[in-house]
Design a binder for this molecule. Structure first.
Ligand code: TYD
Ligand code: MG
Length: 453
């Protein structure tokens, strides 16, 4: 007879407890323990198979050939995955509800179905709804195997019937349930067990599995963090609801660089790739206005020019407002302090607002110099020199520190028609003279922020 085990599992960290309590002993979260019943089937214990070692060099070319990546042709997606999908890998795609995960992945399978055998399993939508979506995306002719099911055992059995399967999309992992667990779909044990089943099938059969995961209000993947450890890559699909663009960002990738981004725009007929995001974000840039400066940023390996806007207004508050949208508030305060103490530019009795135009968030310290330029320009009410870009980290001594990818940033600025670049003196000046010597963009290496004032 199957034995029932009652466990109380923290829905945040996934730790199981034998007794209920108000607070999880492990992560300290309150009211997150949920009773989950596990039915252990007699004889269902896995039998350990033998382990053996082989020399690294003996792992032969057959295996390497199998590792040939699946390239979808959707470049923005392929790049984020590190140049295509690695056979046998498992990828988790997270994102807010309605951001476009299902749309993206349906377009992906449709594109890949031309070269490989693909399946799409939805636990959220009926087949008729999927068909409507495919009509809208104009991919209804694609040879994709579609299924609407939430039963992991059935799905895996059905997948094994498909010959030469290359890719399976599971939308979403929170709707999937395995039979051996009594708890509801979406609970930690179900999410973990379902994911484990799909991962095992991927490793055994060598197909790619893409799991869709929902994101909670706090912005983390619902279910335990263990899910992120179990998979090979974690991608987040994000964007502001009021803007059309969407960004696919890699958070973890065992087969490629992290922090790589892919930019899409959500149109009536699905997502289209944005090949030149800088142009998108600079579309409304006005040059002769004080308080704006262009930051030459780099996301992953790709340059991205963004407009930083600062506004200064007289303050009627005892402690003036310092508001940053799309940037770190503490860093804004730090830069204001540097400007005040090292450059003699006071912002007392003034409210300061900083905004990254387009609704994007930046967390590169290299944006410091552009923020400083925007702030100085706003405080002095004078526009920055026409056609300038800025990048560099600012230290507390008022020095400008060099950042990486100087060449990529300069090239992108040059490509978009900028004529001046202000940045930190690179650490190896000799080498850089050679590299930037013949560029048409005029370079102004800075040692101190004061030089810019
Ligand atoms: P969806 O892919 O269902 O989001 P998720 O799977 O992440 O929950 O996307 C839903 C949103 O995208 C919905 O608000 C409508 C919009 N949308 C478009 O603007 N154009 C389209 O072609 C499609 C299919 C959806
Ligand atoms: Mg969806």
């Amino acid at each position: 007879m199957a034995k029932l085990n009652h466990l109380f599992v923290c829905q945040d960290c996934g730790t199981s407890h034998s007794k209920w309590s108000g607070r999880c002993d492990d992560c300290g979260a309150w009211n997150r323990l949920v009773e989950e019943t596990v039915r252990s089937k007699p004889g269902s214990k896995k039998i350990q198979t033998e382990a053996f070692f082989s020399p690294l060099s003996a792992i032969d070319e057959d295996i390497l050939r199998q590792q040939k990546r699946l390239v979808s042709g959707i470049e923005e997606f392929d790049r984020v995955c590190g140049g295509g999908l690695v056979p046998g890998s498992v990828i988790l795609v997270g994102g807010d509800p309605g951001i476009g995960k299902s749309t993206l992945l349906l377009q992906l399978v449709a594109a890949l179905s031309a070269v490989a055998n693909c399946a799409y399993v939805s636990g959220e939508e009926a087949l008729s709804q999927l068909r409507l979506r495919a009509d809208r995306l104009q991919v209804n002719k694609a040879a994709v195997h579609m299924a609407a099911s939430t039963h992991v055992g059935h799905i895996i059995n059905a997948l094994e019937q498909l010959p030469n399967l290359a890719l399976v999309i599971v939308d979403s992992i929170q709707t999937m349930a395995v039979e051996s667990l009594e708890s509801a779909a979406g609970t930690v044990s179900q999410v973990r067990a379902s994911a484990q089943e799909f991962i095992t099938s991927a490793k055994k059969k060598g197909h790619v599995v893409i799991l869709v995961g929902h994101v909670t209000k706090e912005g983390v993947l619902a279910g335990p963090r263990v899910l992120e450890h179990m998979v090979d890559a974690v991608l987040y699909f994000e964007g502001e609801r009021n803007y059309d663009y969407r960004i696919l960002r890699s958070i973890k990738n065992r087969f490629g660089a992290t922090d790589e981004i892919g930019v899409f725009s959500m149109e009536n007929q699905g997502l289209t790739e944005v090949k030149n995001p800088s142009a998108l974000f600079l579309a409304n840039h006005q040059q002769e206005v004080s308080g704006t400066a262009i930051f030459a940023g780099v996301e992953g390996t790709r340059p991205l020019l963004l407009e930083i806007q600062a506004l200064v207004a007289p303050s009627y508050l005892a402690s003036p407002r310092r508001t940053a949208v799309g940037w770190d508030n503490n860093r804004l305060s730090m830069i204001l302090a540097v400007l005040e103490s090292r450059c003699g530019i006071s912002s007392a009795n003034r409210d300061i607002y900083l905004n990254v135009a387009g609704g994007l968030k930046i967390n590169e310290p290299a944006a410091d110099l552009a923020v400083a330029a925007a702030l100085i320009s706003a405080l002095k009410n004078r526009p920055v020199p026409v056609g300038s870009v800025y990048f560099g980290e600012i230290g507390l001594a008022g020095e400008v520190r060099s950042v990486n990818h100087t060449e990529i940033r300069l090239k992108e600025a040059e490509k978009l028609g900028f004529s001046n670049a202000f940045f930190a003196v690179p650490r190896t000046p000799k080498k850089n003279k050679q590299t930037f010597g013949d560029a048409s963009i005029q370079v102004h290496p800075l040692r101190y922020v004061l030089e810019m004032v």
